[in-house]
Design a protein around this ligand. Structure first.
Ligand code: MN
Length: 338
């Protein structure tokens, strides 16, 4: 959508006081753009950048150059190389091109207060077709592209969802395509494996060289505290298993399924030594989890996205003992309307 440049950066500029924040005002970019537009040539590589923004909540700002601005999404959990992982990407205001090399500290009291580093950058191209076609699909809510970054490579998709956040912002999903660059999240969490800035010296240039490292530790701490929030219904595994614990049977038993995200259930399945678990018979009946219709997605980031199919939810369980005793008393329970 080729609006006037001043219109595109309007929101960005309105939200910031450039006498107080070190972020670029976008005016230089607008001038350069005018120069370029007059030359008309120039269509070479388009840039992308992912900035790690340690604001009130740590997130990753994903930005793709298109039409002389950076189309921008805030990705609370950051990118994942796992094609089965869909990361929420909140569409935010266009940013000026020169924001792509911005690192620094946005002072308290300003919009987005906190530190920003360039976590990755490089160029992008449409997966198929021309930039013009990419522009059209973007306007319709879908963009398939290939990244040539220092950390991220291969095919990716950004697609607008029907979810609505608690603001008027569009909620998109960022998804890795299945290709040679894909890795399973359990295998390789790119955010943990490749922390820090890709800009030489980065924040270290301004203070001492320990700065980046310090940030990384803080980030890891933040991720851990988030992780423990996700799993608070049943504390992380790796603790001594059932038999070492039998002391306080009064202790409330953790509900190992309710309140868990799909991700945390997968973690649990990989590490079944659940703290405080008590060996017992399977319950006589179980209820499937049903979808609840809401207008807005939860504000926390420990939830997962799942397509809701209409129909019946069916729970099937394997209970060898019962099966051998009474083969077909209850061969299957059709549980509930989903
Ligand atoms: Mn941000």
């Amino acid at each position: 959508m080729a609006g006037k440049p001043s219109t595109k950066l309007d929101t960005y500029q309105r939200m910031r006081r450039f006498n107080q924040t070190p972020e670029p005002s976008g005016q230089a970019a607008e001038k350069a753009m005018a120069r370029r537009a007059s030359k008309k040539a120039q269509a070479s590589a388009l840039s992308f950048v992912i900035q790690e923004h340690d604001a009130r909540r740590l997130h990753y700002d994903f930005r793709l150059e298109l039409d002389d601005t950076l189309k921008s999404w805030a990705v609370p959990k950051g990118p994942s190389l796992d094609p089965s992982v869909k990361r929420l990407a909140v569409h935010v205001e266009d940013h000026p091109i020169d924001y792509g090399s911005f690192e620094g500290y946005i002072p308290e009291g300003n919009y987005g207060a906190g530190s920003v580093i360039v976590w990755d950058r490089g160029t992008w191209e449409p997966q198929a077709g021309s930039i013009d076609e990419a522009r059209e699909t973007y306007a319709r809510g879908k963009l398939k592209f290939v990244l040539h970054g220092e950390k991220l490579h291969g095919g990716w998709t950004l697609v607008r969802s029907n979810m609505r956040g608690n603001s008027d912002k569009e909620q998109w999903l960022l998804i890795k395509e299945r290709d040679d660059e894909a890795r399973s999240e359990a295998d390789y969490d790119v955010l943990l494996k490749q922390p820090g800035s890709v800009m030489s010296d980065s924040l270290g240039a301004r203070s001492k060289s320990g700065e980046v490292r310090e940030r990384t530790e803080r980030k890891n701490a933040a991720r851990q505290s988030r992780a423990s929030r996700t799993t608070k219904a049943a504390p992380p595994p790796k603790r001594p298993a059932v038999k070492d614990q039998g002391k306080s049977p009064e202790r409330p038993r953790p509900d190992i399924v309710a309140n868990r995200s799909g991700e945390s259930l997968r973690t649990l399945a990989d590490n079944p030594a659940i703290q405080d678990a008590i060996r017992a018979k399977l319950p006589a009946t179980m209820k499937p989890q049903l979808a609840t219709l809401v207008d807005i997605a939860p504000s926390s980031d420990d939830w997962s996205y799942e397509i809701k199919f209409d129909g019946y939810r069916v729970l099937v369980r394997i209970d060898r003992e019962a099966a051998s005793k009474a083969k077909s008393t209850q061969p299957r329970d059709r549980c509930a309307r989903g």
